[in-house]
Structure formats: structure tokens, C-alpha cells
Design a protein around this ligand. Sequence first.
Ligand code: NAD
Ligand code: TYD
Length: 375
Amino acid sequence: MKHTIIITGGAGFIGSHVVRLFVNRYPDYRIINLDKLTYAGNLANLADIEDRPNYRFVKMDICDFEGVLALMQQEQVDGIIHLAAESHVDRSIKDPFTFAQTNVMGTLSLLQAAKVAWDGRWEGKRFYHISTDEVYGALEMTDPEGIEPPFTTKASSGSHHLAYGSKFFTEDLKYQPHSPYSAAKASSDHFVRAFHDTYGMPTIVTNCSNNYGPYQFPEKLIPLFINNIRHRKPLPVYGRGENVRDWLYVEDHARAIDLIFHEGKVGETYNIGGFNEWKNIDIIKVLINTVDRMLGRREGEDMDLITYVTDRAGHDLRYAIDSTKLQRELGWEPSLQFEEGIEKTVRWYLDNQQWMDRVTSGDYQKYYEEMYKGR
Ligand code: NAD
Ligand code: TYD
């Protein structure tokens, strides 16, 4: 079956990988990238596919209910993959209103536009909402040294293979968000389920762990630190660097989204993750060694850039996703070991210094004006 799909937030980090995958893999689908182009949206992330006949970019705010409705009706959209969001925890601590506006009201506006456009004709329709593991709150760290985990995947099968506690996030866990970011995402997840339960809208929600890979905005740990190591700038480690995150290569997340969009069960929630837990400080050491080696420096030469700073307020201690439901029901697995993924990621940022320089200088925001003027 052919589809016309709106992907929201397609100019951002994960969204750009999802857009690229769908545009390349499904030439007979129509892919509409709906993005407001906030500071996090960068059309240069999609330069390789922007002239494809099955791709259209629309600059729009998801909060613009009338605009989204008109677009859905005009284009006869039958699927929405919703990634647009304010996504950075530190920003949410400073400015929670923007997070409630975009993540909650924006999601509600999309849901309502889909409800009006589809008008109860749910057959063949799908509203797929992308969320985060952060809605589940924080897990205890029962063993700071790490223990043999009960699960292994390709992502976690490298040299480092540890769990830092015996509990994991499963789909049936109670939501306990702590940051304004995760509170807003949790609220949006509830609205999506409410539209399924109340109106019968065919919705799916997925909650994924921390992503890493090319095109991530350098306010997030991995690209920020790679760039700082390259330029020998201090690496601000929050607290003692003991917090644990569960890392997944972004293309593996995009593949999971493709699979779930097509084969996931309506009304269901799936957790996505690679059972790949790392303490921040351990990842930072891997990054320093990798950047140093690739730049021909002595490995570990830049360890003294590590600078412990005041902890993030309400900093969640440990995230660890249990994705066995997705593996069991749909056969998804990560394709990359973390070591391979980090190698590819560092290589990409070092090879794409111009992308990084344009982002850090703010120049990337001119891209839209130049590329789309007069279209
Ligand atoms: P990002 O910040 O890199 O990109 C967000 C995109 O949304 C940008 O292109 C931005 O311009 C757009 N956007 C923001 N507000 C908008 C609005 N009002 N209307 C239209 N577009 C708007 O985010 P990301 O890291 O790619 O995350 C994408 C989604 O995945 C988010 O919903 C996030 O909660 C979720 N997620 C992210 C991670 C992660 O590790 N990055 C993990 C799990 C889930
Ligand atoms: P981040 O990339 O912001 O993702 P999230 O908060 O959504 O998990 O941060 C990942 C981890 O790295 C988190 O525990 C906070 C920590 N961190 C630092 O120690 N220093 C930094 O400068 C940043 C951005 C993050």
C-alpha cells in the first residue's frame, strides 16, 4: 500500500534519519517533512535527499491546528510520524513553558487535526508518536560497579557489557517524569493514548533510550564533547559523571520506527533500546581516546579536559530500557555494537567539521532562506 506521510520534526536529529530512510526506501510513498525550524532544525541534515520527487518540506509549527488540518486535507495524508519536540533537558529547566507549548499543545493540535481530517475513517490510517524513556523517571543504581546483565544485544555485546541495577523500564511501568522535558513528553503520550481510547484513533507510542550518531545538535553530550575535545575546550561533566544512560545508534532507532509504523499493533506501546548502559564518565573516556587517536594525538592525551561542574537539577540517575517486547513481537534488534557506532559517529563529526562550524556559528539557519527562496 502506498502512503502519504507527514513526518514532524524531520529537520532535527532523529527526524532527519527517519525522513532519509523513508524517502530512500519507499519511492512510491509521499514524505512530507513538517518542521518549524527552531534552533534544532537544520535542513542541511537532509541536503542529500531534498530534490527527491517523493519528498516535500513544509515550514510549519505543529501548534498551527488550521495549517496542519489544511495540509492533511490537501495532501490526503494517511500517516503521521510525530517527532517534533523541544528535546533538551537543560533548556527545559530554564524555559518549561516552551516545552509545554510544543510537546503538549503541539501534539494535541496534531491529534485534533488528524481526528478532523480522518473523521472516523480510521481504516489504513496511523498516528505514530515518538517518545522517550525519560517518562518512566529514574532507576536505582543497585551496583555502581556493574553486573552481568540478563540480556545481551548486538549493541551491548562489545567489550563493555554491564547493567548497573536489576530493574529496567518495561512498557507497563508507571510514568514518573522528573524534568519539565519528560513531564511534557509524558503528558503528550497520555493525550495520544486518550485519542485511541476515546475516539478509536489508530495510534502507536514508542519510548526510546538515548540516541547518538550523525547530525545531533551539539548541545547534547556526545556531539558537544567530540567538538570540545577536537578544539581542546573543557568538558563539563555534571556531578560525578556516575549517571547511567542506555545508548542506541540513531539509524537503529529509525529502522525500528519503520518496522513499527508498518507492522506495530495499533493501541500498543513499544520500548526501543539496545541494553547498552554506560556511565557518562566511561563514555567520555571512550570519546577522548577515540578523538585523540583519529586526530593523531596520543590516546588519552586530552583526559585533563574533564571538568566536573555543578550537577544538573533533578538529574536522573539511571535509564535502562527493556526492549524484549519489540524483539519478541516484531523481531527488531540493533545492528551495531556500541564500539562500532561510536567509531562511526566520531569519524562523522571529524569529517563534517563544516556542518559543525555552521551549527555552532548559527549560519545553518540561513540554509532555509537560500534553498527554499522562491520555491
Ligand atoms: P531535535 O531537538 O534534534 O529536533 C527536533 C525537531 O523538531 C527540530 O527539527 C525542530 O525544528 C522541530 N520542532 C521543534 N518544535 C517544533 C514545532 N513547534 N513545530 C514543528 N517543528 C518543531 O530532537 P531529536 O533529538 O531528534 O528528538 C526527536 C524526537 O525523539 C523528540 O520527540 C524526542 O522527545 C524523541 N526522543 C529523542 C531521543 C534522543 O536521544 N535524542 C531519545 C528518545 C526519544
Ligand atoms: P544529554 O545528552 O543532555 O541527554 P539526556 O539528558 O536526555 O539523557 O545528556 C546525557 C547525559 O550526559 C546526562 O546524564 C547529562 C550528562 N551531561 C553532562 O554531564 N554534561 C553535559 O554538558 C551534557 C550536555 C550532558
